[in-house]
Ligand binder design. Structure first.
Ligand code: FMN
Length: 188
């Protein structure tokens, strides 16, 4: 299932840093400009070898295809959880609510005590946070490496709302925020 890297990292040599990277854009500039793009925040979770939750906080989640329903995540190649995702072949996406900053932060710092988090499972067995806004239960259908991340594509087996009327957690300019479930749009 694993495909060839799309943009394999260049081998360092006698070349300049920009030549090695293949661009004059520095990681700092790239991160800074990408932070202008406001996103939601999710915890994506699979299972480790012992069947315990293995997850990470991500904002790289997006919808890819409607028919069939496919989503994507980008996971750093150094991530411990990536090994579990690849082994288990399944994951669930929990779309976080604005009141879930502590769980988002703990998960990002690998400090989340999963025993304290209310969870459920649907079809694949991947853990879903019961206090999330909504969730998608997925089976991995493709895995591409691009630079220093893996693009994981998951076909969606089941979707559902858990807390439909609460504000969603957002991430913008490196800070958490919240998006209300409804906004009043200005008159056209
Ligand atoms: C708001 C936010 C968004 C993040 N998005 C991603 C992401 O899309 N992909 C990723 O690999 N790591 C992302 N991280 C970092 C991971 O949550 C985590 O820190 C990293 O994967 C190291 O943990 P691991 O080795 O257990 O996977 C994000 C962190 C935060 C706080």
């Amino acid at each position: 299932m694993r495909n060839q890297p799309i943009h394999p990292p260049a081998e360092p040599g006698a070349r300049s840093e920009a030549e090695v990277r293949g661009t004059a854009v520095t990681p700092t500039e790239f991160r800074s400009v990408m932070s202008a793009y406001a996103t939601g925040v999710c915890i994506v979770c699979s299972l480790d070898e012992e069947g315990a939750p293995s997850g990470l906080t991500v904002n790289s989640f997006t919808s890819v295809s409607l028919i069939p329903p496919i989503v994507s995540l980008c996971i750093g190649l150094g991530s411990r959880a990536l090994l579990d995702f690849r082994r288990a072949g399944v994951f669930a996406v929990s779309v976080l609510a604005a009141d879930q900053v502590p769980v988002a932060q703990a998960c990002a710092a690998r400090a989340l005590d999963w025993d304290t988090v209310a969870q459920t499972t649907w079809e694949t067995g991947a853990p879903i946070l019961s206090q999330a806004v909504a969730a998608l239960d997925c089976r991995i259908v493709a895995d591409h490496e691009a630079g220093d991340h893996a693009i994981i594509l998951g076909q969606v087996a089941k979707v559902g709302w858990l807390r439909r009327d609460v504000a969603a957690l957002t991430y913008h300019l490196g800070r958490y925020g919240s998006a209300p479930p409804e906004v009043d749009l200005p008159d056209a």
